[in-house]
Design a protein around this ligand. Structure first.
Ligand SMILES: Cc1cc2nc3c(=O)[nH]c(=O)nc-3n(C[C@H](O)[C@H](O)[C@H](O)COP(=O)(O)OP(=O)(O)OC[C@H]3O[C@@H](n4cnc5c(N)ncnc54)[C@H](O)[C@@H]3O)c2cc1C
Length: 455
């Protein structure tokens, strides 16, 4: 008698018409993301891989894959394009990587809202919303060219535009979504508003999202500038004044203390040695008002490109902000890593100044101005850290906490240990029970689930 087929072989056999990847090296690549940003995760996640990957193109294909995985108890790790940086898309217990990047249709945009399938790239989504109704994304990661809408929702935070609209999680940014349950007979369900947010930033562990509907913002032809300073306090004061100025229309204000600007090699002509620099994207009509602030704080504009030139050269300063700053720094020097911090609105300038003074140059400041969940201006920082040991990294994070700065630890792969910062709210776990009752979505990532289904 033949031995019974393994669950995965059974899947390949019953769904032969789908776009499967089984070659070991390709599957290993599709099982990785940017968790190598963290020396801790790099060690902990080494060798973690799925047994196969599959790339669906329609809802019907997704339903068939999910049903077959649920019938055979095969774990599913959902992947957008794998730009997440805490191993969110790295399978901990084999199974199948569900590559959503082929499920990428734009659906509609009108009256301040837009909807698309989860695998659409954010830049493609925005192109469509601009064309349909002159609106753009309210916030997007600096990886917007490659990252997917589902990946931003499942693993991201916000980014460019968060200076106006806060992170994606701010009330009113996510309007609704369509998700599918991981069961032998999957159900497709629409969730609206706060219910939809219960799946946000859960790293693909409490629901597979098929479509997302977002609130949009009026589109502008953003002008990009670099403003440099000799004095750190002046750079910080200018950044905060620009961020807070209600009449200046902007999309991005990023502050980088020396030596961070020196890592941005392609921009070297615009970044004098030893400078502190700000990368700014603002509406052209706001440029004169920004220049008044530049003069007031003693800065100098060393770079200026309008939207037409950015489009023509296909080069944007946005790809030097947020975690792109970390990426270019790490390309320059080995032994660098990073942190993710949320300063306290109202105290953020003092906290930035104090921690810079205490920890520089081991910790090199890179801060992004954003509105917090209450709408108050503050900084979210991604400081670059010269890595020595895991113990020292922990001690640095503790110093931030001791000064009232929240750390969203990017060196962990369990959901509760990251931005969630502790036990998950009951509603989030209810969502998991409802959408993943068999616990097949990347098992091993939700601590509350590991000791049995919570009551
Ligand atoms: C250089 C660099 C810069 C970055 N800048 C930013 C930034 O500015 N802001 C920011 O927030 N992040 C940033 N990131 C992190 C990341 O790029 C973004 O969060 C991005 O939106 C992830 O999209 P992705 O398609 O690559 O998702 P993936 O990495 O593929 O997935 C991310 C998570 O979402 C889950 N997921 C994906 N699709 C779905 C779905 N359909 N349903 C349910 N779960 C799903 C996955 O399981 C995974 O847990 C940066 C990363 C890098 C490397």
């Amino acid at each position: 008698m033949n031995a019974p087929a393994k669950p995965l072989e059974h899947l390949l056999h019953t769904l032969p018409d789908l776009d499967w990847v089984t070659e070991e090296a390709r599957v290993a690549r599709l099982s990785q993301d940017f968790s190598w940003f963290s020396p801790v995760l790099k060690r902990q996640l080494a060798g973690k891989t799925a047994e196969a990957a599959v790339r669906p193109r329609s809802e019907d294909e997704i339903v068939r894959i999910v049903a077959a995985c649920a019938q055979h108890g095969v774990p599913i790790t959902i992947r957008g394009t794998g730009t997440g940086n805490y191993g969110q898309a790295v399978p901990l217990h084999g199974g199948v990587v569900l590559d959503m990047s082929g499920y990428k249709g734009f659906l509609w945009a009108r009256q301040g809202a837009g909807r698309a399938q989860a695998g659409i790239r954010l830049s493609d989504f925005e192109k469509e919303t601009r064309a349909a109704c002159g609106m753009e994304l309210r916030c997007m990661p600096s990886t917007y060219r490659s990252a997917t809408l589902g990946g931003l929702f499942g693993g991201g935070f916000g980014g460019v535009g968060s200076i106006n609209h806060g992170p994606l999680a701010a009330r009113g940014n996510v309007l609704g979504l369509k998700a599918i349950t991981i069961e032998p007979e999957p159900k497709v369900v629409e969730l609206r508003g706060p219910d939809a947010l219960l799946m946000h930033h859960m790293w693909g562990t409490n629901g597979l999202v098929l479509e997302i509907e977002l609130a949009l913002a009026p589109a502008h032809d953003w002008l990009e500038s670099i403003v440099v300073f000799r004095d750190f306090d002046a750079a910080l004061g200018f950044g905060d004044a620009l961020a807070q100025a209600p009449g200046i229309v902007k999309r991005e204000v990023a502050l980088m203390a020396d030596p961070v600007p020196s890592y941005l090699k392609p921009l070297a002509d615009h970044l004098p040695a030893g400078c502190h620099a700000l990368i700014v994207a603002l509406a052209p009509s706001s440029e004169p008002a920004m220049l008044e602030l530049v003069n007031q704080w003693g800065g100098e504009v060393t770079y200026r490109k309008d939207a037409a030139e950015i489009a023509r050269t296909n080069r944007t300063l946005l790809e030097y902000t947020w975690n792109h700053t970390t990426l270019v720094a790490m390309r320059n020097e080995k032994d660098l890593t990073y942190l993710q911090c949320a300063y306290t609105a109202g105290q953020h300038v003092e906290q930035v100044r104090k921690l810079h003074e205490m920890l520089h140059p081991e910790v090199q400041l890179h801060a992004e101005f954003i509105r917090n969940l209450d709408g108050r201006m503050t900084c979210s920082a991604l400081p670059i850290v010269r890595f020595t040991t895991e113990e020292r990294l922990q001690a640095i994070m503790q110093t931030f906490r001791d000064h009232g700065v929240r750390i969203n630890d990017p060196h962990v792969y369990i959901v509760e240990d990251g931005k969630a910062g502790g036990p998950l709210p009951a509603g989030v776990l209810e969502m998991k029970k409802r959408f993943d009752p068999l616990g097949l979505l990347n098992p091993g990532k939700v601590r509350a689930w590991m000791s049995g289904v919570p009551a």
